[in-house]
Design a binder for this molecule. Structure first.
Ligand SMILES: NC(=O)c1ccc[n+]([C@@H]2O[C@H](COP(=O)([O-])OP(=O)(O)OC[C@H]3O[C@@H](n4cnc5c(N)ncnc54)[C@H](O)[C@@H]3O)[C@@H](O)[C@H]2O)c1
Length: 269
């Protein structure tokens, strides 16, 4: 534990569990004050309680449905009211086709599934950025009075599916590819005050990839150079770097944390 985010105020979506919860906990351990939002209110309260127990007064939890502009406005307002500003936004909330019966070819993909994944994964990130911009700008302009190179940071959690997509993932891959474009445009528009980068995890051991048959997981990782699934903490450490001033010259970039999945295919013969 150190203070790599000392003094920073961070807003994270989808932080009730999985990677978002790991990021919120690590960020608080590193000195940040965190506003965490999710639609899973019971899990969110449990995550907030864990952080509060270790770092009293450094966490605010609230219901945040990322598809709702009003919820985003309330989350940003909470960051200002409780902690006085905003330095970092992590757009982490995401959904897959799990809730629509699993992977499906385009031919039979229901429009409802297409729209739902685009709404949460892509529009949710757009709404978060839009809502956060004014407070991020005000906070960083204040910080620049002391440090002329101070920057805010937005991290969009995309996916390895946005680098190397698979069949049956049209809506998921399209939503995650969309985040790449959103990231680059936001980097162009928000510089020099705010840096914007995307993170491309996969596969990571969270509720999102839970499978009924463990052999499905074996086949998923068999062709990957590192031959295993990643942990939420391994993603959190990369997001920490991007949230912190250690990444002060990184913007508009794509950062992979995926065990080499998109770099090479292992051939066994
Ligand atoms: N697990 C993986 O293998 C993997 C791989 C690549 C990318 N990702 C991405 O990483 C991010 C985190 O996923 P995870 O692996 O921790 O899975 P997860 O399902 O544990 O976490 C996702 C979180 O997002 C929340 N969420 C869903 N809809 C929401 C909404 N409308 N508003 C607010 N919150 C909402 C969920 O309640 C949940 O807490 C997602 O964007 C996901 O697409 C995951």
């Amino acid at each position: 534990m150190s203070d790599r985010l000392s003094g920073k105020i961070v807003l994270l979506s989808g932080a009730a569990r999985g990677q978002g919860a790991a990021e919120a906990e690590l960020f608080a351990d590193e000195g940040a004050r965190v506003v965490i939002g999710d639609v899973l209110e019971t899990e969110l309260a449990a995550t907030a309680a864990r952080i509060e127990a270790r770092h009293p007064g450094r966490v605010e939890a609230l219901r945040l449905d990322v598809t709702s502009p009003d919820d985003w406005r309330a989350a940003v307002a909470a960051a200002e009211a409780r902690f006085g500003g905003l330095h970092v936004l992590v757009n982490n909330a995401g959904i897959t086709n799990q809730r629509f019966g699993g992977l499906q070819p385009i031919e039979s993909l229901p429009l409802e599934a297409w729209n739902a994944l685009l709404a949460v994964n892509l529009t949710g990130s757009f709404l978060g950025i839009q809502a956060a911009i004014p407070l991020l700008r005000r906070t960083i302009e204040r910080a620049r009075a002391k440090d002329p190179h101070a920057t805010g940071s937005i991290v969009n959690i995309s996916s390895a599916q946005a680098i190397l997509p698979s069949a049956g993932q049209a809506n998921y891959a399209a939503s995650k590819w969309g985040q790449r474009g959103l990231t680059r445009v936001a980097a162009a528009e928000l510089g020099p005050l705010v840096r914007v980068n995307s993170v491309h995890p996969g596969p990571i051991d969270t509720a999102m990839v839970q499978v009924s048959d463990p052999s499905q997981l074996d086949s998923l990782v068999a062709d990957m150079p590192l031959r295993r699934i990643g942990t939420p903490e391994e993603v959190a450490r990369l997001v920490l770097f991007l949230a912190s001033d250690e990444s002060s010259f990184c913007t508009g970039s794509e950062f992979l944390v995926e065990g080499g999945r998109t770099a090479a295919t292992v051939t066994r013969g």
